[in-house]
Design a protein around this ligand. Sequence first.
Ligand code: CA
Length: 228
Amino acid sequence: MKILIVEDEAKTADYLYKGLSEQSCVVDVARNGIDGRHLAVENEYDAIVLDVMLPGVDGFGVLEALRARRQTPVIMLTARDRVEDRVRGLQSGADDYLVKPFSFLELLARLQALVRRGKPQEAAQLQIADLHVDLIARKASRGGARLDLTSKEFLLLTTLGRRKGQILSKTELAELVWDMNFDSNTNVVEVAIKRLRVKIDGPFEHKLLHTIRGMGYVLESRIAGEAA
Ligand code: CA
């Protein structure tokens, strides 16, 4: 893990630096809000430990600048008697907070949880019944036969496949696949779904791509006999 510590108290910063380094983390330390803000915005960290009370720019200022650019997970360090800081931190986009003094092991556990949450273990393969998608090789096959998909169709398939069993509306698909904010042209999605359906379901009896009227589309393997 690559971690940024933004903390002006030398004792706490050194203690965190030492502890995290011993856990094989790569650690940067900023001793004030201005350096912290610069490092946080310019670099890609797995997580940031951010003190609230800092010289230069306080933790909220660092967080605000960071959130304009990045979604790096942030744990804020707050003082015991400053409940409003915790609330404000969470409202400003902090992911978690710890009240000082805290145990290193608790901080470490929370950092690990945040990093796991921030980087969901991306499956390399999707499997829906006999439909197989290799996300790394960017290939799809059904019943062992290679499917010839365009890149948009592949993206549409993986977008639905990553959320298999979950209904996605045309608006959601338009945003996720075409990066479009969608009011007018739902036709794009309909046309693409139609083409994808021909390719993945066309010759097969067991249909996987279903239209849920008025709601959207879902990719799932349904038990025979259930309405498609
Ligand atoms: Ca401080």
